[in-house]
Design a protein around this ligand. Structure first.
Ligand code: BTN
Length: 330
């Protein structure tokens, strides 16, 4: 397993270079900010060029970044990160079993709040309810670790906060609203764009950590036969490729925003925003629990994030888990 972390000096140079956005920065200014010689700056800039960065150097003006590499390497992502803490500890692993499994192991060994692990490829990606998750190399597979001060019963709304973060990211890139399906699938015209798997480490009275695993289909044009027809990607919808690094950066910013709001203000604003992406609330939906299927009316969400339903006999209930089948929408 080959893991990658950003070198702190490289990162500091790139952050200086990117600060004025499209302007030249003198080698001298970078050298004095970072605390190395101008020659050392030049050598490191040459190293960046070898990693896919296009950096112009003009005598008496300095350096300017003209093009970024389109990859998920730590330097690329960390240099442009806009979050307060999420992703500041960022690890890229070429191939691993599952980013959720990896981060759960790391959490037990003390990994800090805000750690993000991204995989080039997962060999045993996991989905909700014990399912498998297909993780093609063109998509985005990552997990984020949070250590919220919460009772375990309050943690399930983080699943809705994560879905809102994904839905807003998708809306930003597709310029149209996707749909969220309870609890946290993000769909485009009935096909799945993104799955989210939230896993918890907890004592009876307090959460120790939450791992939010996100699989977002970004550039896949084809899927394995068993999910072709039920999965889609941003690229399939828009007819063009997207930078996975850009999508990840947007998503991390949104995820931090909504998780923090959930923790500081409670679930109400998260639920209100989630409902913006759920036009099927108020309609009849089919609930699948194991081999059983029942038709119920979806009434809304409960304050703890469950789905409030009205059954055929008129009784009101709350679903805490399960799979929904929604009507096709035009
Ligand atoms: C689902 O819809 O069933 C949830 C799928 C979650 C997949 C992501 S990919 C990154 C992270 N690592 C995993 O093993 N699973 C999640």
């Amino acid at each position: 397993m080959s893991t990658h972390r950003a070198d702190p000096k490289d990162l500091a140079i790139l952050q200086q270079l990117l600060k004025p956005q499209g302007e030249f920065v003198s080698g001298e200014a970078i050298a004095s900010e970072v605390g190395i010689s101008r020659t050392a700056v030049g050598k490191r800039v040459a190293g960046f060029r070898g990693q896919g960065w296009t950096i112009e150097a003009v005598p008496n003006r300095g350096y300017r970044v003209d093009r970024w590499p389109d990859d998920l390497q730590p330097l690329r992502v960390r240099a442009a990160l806009t979050t307060r803490r999420l992703g500041h500890e960022y690890l890229f692993v070429d191939q691993l079993d599952s980013t959720n499994s990896y981060l759960t192991r790391a959490a037990a060994e003390g990994a800090e709040d805000g750690t993000v692990v991204v995989a080039g490829k997962q060999t045993a990606g996991r989905g909700r309810l014990g399912r498998r998750w297909y993780s093609g190399k063109d998509n985005l597979c990552f997990s984020a670790l949070f250590r919220p001060q919460l009772a375990p019963s309050a943690a399930s709304t983080l699943t809705l906060a994560s879905a809102v973060a994904v839905a807003e990211t998708v809306e930003h890139y597709l310029q149209a609203q996707p749909l969220v399906k309870w609890p946290n699938d993000v769909l485009w015209r009935g096909r799945k764009l993104c799955g989210i798997l939230l896993e918890l480490g907890a004592e009876v009275e307090r959460v120790l950590y939450v791992v939010v695993g996100i699989g977002l289909n970004v550039n896949a044009r084809r899927f394995p036969a068993e999910i072709e027809g039920v999965a889609t990607s941003l690229a399939q919808v828009a007819g063009r490729r997207f930078s996975r690094a850009e999508v990840l950066l947007t998503l991390l910013e949104r995820l931090e925003h909504w998780v923090d709001r959930n923790l500081s203000e409670g679930a109400k604003p998260v639920i209100e925003r989630w409902l913006d992406f759920a036009p099927w609330i108020g309609e009849q939906v089919t609930v699948r629990q194991g081999a059983e299927q029942v038709s119920v009316k979806a009434l809304g969400l409960t304050p703890s994030g469950g789905l409030q339903i009205r059954r055929a006999d008129g009784s009101i209930g709350e679903l805490l888990a399960g799979d929904l089948l929604l009507k096709e929408r035009p």
